[in-house]
Structure formats: structure tokens, C-alpha cells
Ligand binder design. Sequence first.
Ligand code: GLY
Length: 560
Amino acid sequence: MIKIFRINFLFLIFSSISCSQTSNSANNLDSKSMVVSAHPLASEVGINILKKGGNAADATIAVQFALAVVYPSAGNIGGGGFFVYRSKDGQCSTLDFREKAPLTSTRDMYLDSSNNVIKNLSLYSHLAVGVPGTVDGMVNIHKKYGQLPWKELVQPAIDLATNGFELTRLEANKLNRFNKTKGKINKNSEYYKEHFSEGDSIFLPQLSKTLILIRDHKRAGFYSGETAEMLVKEMSLNGGKITQQDLDSYQSIWRDPTICFYKGHKIISMSPPSSGGILLTQMLKMAEHFPLRDFGFHSLKSIHVMTEIEKLSFADRAKHLGDPDFYKVPEKSLIDSLYLLERSNKINIDSTLLSSGIYAGEFNLNESEETTHFSIVDEYGNASSLTTTLNGSFGSGIIVDGAGFLLNNEMDDFSIQPGYPNMYGLIGGEANAVEPSKRMLSSMTPTILEKDGNLFMVLGTPGGSTIITAVFQTIINVVDYDMSIEQAVNSPRFHHQWYPDEIKLEKDIAKDSNLIIQLKAMNHQLNFVSSMNRVDAILVKKNKYFGGADNRGDDHVSFF
Ligand code: GLY
């Protein structure tokens, strides 16, 4: 149900905010707490929780639910994600609330009788949906770290859904594209309207009702009762696989983080079933063997070397990474210093490795577009880094009838056939094949850095496969090129993922025509794209917080 109000909601909202910036950056040296997210209203929800005495975990839960309302292309209760937390005493933990394949999933479920992939089945059908993990994840975070009552953390999202909120230009455009391109939106759904404009207000009463059930019954408000019945009915009427048994058995899991060291910094990131932490570690440890600072930012040599590093890492991803509960991922071998030295020795400063000449490393296997990210620090010194997703923009496009929330299309992150590219062009094999209850491999890379034992940086980004390279490059920008956090976040980026054998470059890099000529002369294939990723980060220097919200979107720093 959409109603149009032209009163200035943003005025009402921002006039009640004491110490908040509407720009994409914040360098308020007196700030005690900070939230950087993809949407100003979600950042404000988070900062208000911190003002009430909540900690970074409380704010994380409130921001996750708020994004499910104001940022429906990726914020969600019907998806999943990963959470990295560093508490004030330096203890780190990571929560995997990634979706799982339904219990009746099969390896060939996206293939026809001739073993050909049925186009779009893993993306835009009820079979595309993995068992959602977000609500269980938030409940688990609250159990372990929550300080404020659960109800107070869900309520701001309910208020936004009930009282309405104003669309930004970007969000209005996205909803228009969603309604047109997927072409499947139920015209009775809360997200349907002929045309959205900036400033229109959107009201989501069905989603609000679902959030009230979650507020009042926590996990049971989603995985059983009315919401679960509607979700299971949505599936059974439309050929989907998720049953009540799937919902009952879903559990998020605390896992050990992937940890590495880079030039005096400790990097804490997500372990499998995300490939983020392992690949980030590989890239940084290979980067250590090259004088990137001397090469210079975005010089021919630095882009060339970092591209080669990215290719080598993504070759390992395709072969070795998957859900560790189902596949023995050789984690130690993949981040072993000697192995990475050998890998980096393959890189020639003067010539380009063809992807067809690169293979994943071999080990003794006995050992073992749209997403969103937010970063939070509180006045106690706790830090939270969370990346969450429905996979594609607005996920599968399926809205649970009556319950008003969007469902993910995360099943496409499995390798649905060996060598068949997913929506990000990533390929894979056995390690990431579909199996009942298995988690699909992710690239999400929520990350926290320490320097000299103290909190130094909190960061992450959306962007599918480009997530890992964007986090890699943002860290290099700060550590090797001494950039401020805004510069590091807003600088143009480039990306290579082994296959396709091309460097994706943001167009601003193309302005350096000499560099482009030189890269081509080295046989790099170039693919220019308008924009990649939205990195939201916080840098800590001398106990002060500096926020960097990516200027590619509506991303916003709030602080007090
Ligand atoms: N769905 C994108 C990812 O998890 O990498």
C-alpha cells in the first residue's frame, strides 16, 4: 500500500537530530560513537540507540531491522549475512547468519533433463530462495552482547514501516527499476506503484506487522507462527522448497574469525562460508612482497601487481572455498605464508598472466549486486562490522504474500553446475555444489583492523565478488598510501576475479589515458564500469573516530 505525502518528512526527522551530519563524511573530533550505513535513516536509528546507552551490538540489531524497511534492495529479514565484533576488551567473534539450502535441495535442481542450466531459475524463482538467517542472527547477537531490551531495538524499524519514510532519489529510482525489470511484482504488494519519485513517502503495514511479531516473539515471530505459515504457503503455492522443517532447523553459528597481519595491523575478518577473510588475507600477504607505496597509488605497476594478486586469489576461491560444514576447506594452506610467497613469485612486474595460465594451488586436502554493509563504534570502545544481503538487488523479487518482506535469491551463490558462472560471473566446483542444508559460498568481507593492540578500522562493502577487492584496496589506501578514510573509501577502484579475464575499472581511472594505454600494452583486458561497491568505514586515530561513507550512494555517517 503506497500513500503519497508531500510534507517534508526529512525536515521532521533531521530537525530532531542534535549532532549529525548529512554529508558522506564526518571528522568530528569530539564524537564518542559513530554509525556509517547505506541510508541516513538507518544511521540515525543506530545513533539513537547508542545515545540511549546501547552498545555497538544493540545498534547493529536496530540498523539491520531499519535497513529492512528503508533499504529494501539489500536490507532484509528474508536474507542473511555475517557479523564481525570486537568488544572493548579486544575479544573478537564472528557470527555466520548466512542462508542455507532447503532440506530437499539437490545438486542438479537448476538443470534440465539434458543437464543444461535453466536460465534464471536460481535467480528469479521460488527455487532461488535460501532459508533466511537474519532474524536468528540478530537474536543470537542480542543473546551474547545485547545491553538494551530486544523490543527497543526492533521498535524503530516498526515505526518507520508504520509511520512512513521519504524516498531518496536513488531509492525511488531503484524501486522503479525493480517494478519494471523483474516484471513479477504482485500489484497488490506494498512495494508496487506505477512510478516513484524522490520525496514520496512509503508505508509498509504488512512488514510492520511482521516486525511486531519479531519484536514480541523474537525467533518464534519469524520461524514459527503466522510469519512462518505465510512463508511456507508462499513456497508451496509456487514450487519453492522451504518447509516448516527448514525454518525450525535453521541456526546461525558463531565461528572463529580469519586473522592475519599486514604491516603492523591485525586484520580480523569472516571465515568460510564466506570467502572474504581467506581471500583478503591472501591478497594482503601477497601484496607484502611488493613495494606498493614506492610504486605509487594507481600507478601502472601498482594496478598491474594488485590485479595479478586478485586473479591468483580468485582461482583458489573457485576450487577450494565452500561451506566448511560440508567441505574440507584447506584454510591453513590457503593462507600459509610460504604458499603465498610461491604464488606471488608467479607475478612478473613486466608481463601479464593470462587467466587460462593460472590454476588454483594444489594441497594435501587431509588438512583442512546487491548487498549492504554498516560499521559501528560505540562510546565504550566496542566495534561492529556487518554485511547483509538478499544477493541480487531486491533478491528474488518475491515478497511473501501477507508478510510484506522480500526473499533472497542466495541459491545462485552455489556453483549450480561446475564452471557455470553465477550472477557475479564467479565459477566454482565441488566445494560449493548444492547440498541440502549447506550454506552457499559468499564474498562478504566485514572486517575490523587493530593497530598496536587498539581498534584501528572497521569496514566492509556490498558488491558480490568485488567486495573482497574493494576491502583489500581500501586497506591498502590507508596503510600504504596514507589516505584519509574519506579518500580511501571514495577513490576509484579496479577488480579482477580470474574469470572473466578482464580488469573492471571505474571510469574515473580511465581519465588517465596514459595509464590505460600502458595497461593495454601489457595485455590487460579492460572493462570500464560506472561504479563499484559502497564502502562504509570508520577509522580510529588517537582515540578519535573518522567516518567514511561512500559517496557513490546515499551512505551516511551519524555520530554524537
Ligand atoms: N550474495 C553475495 C555474496 O554473498 O557474496
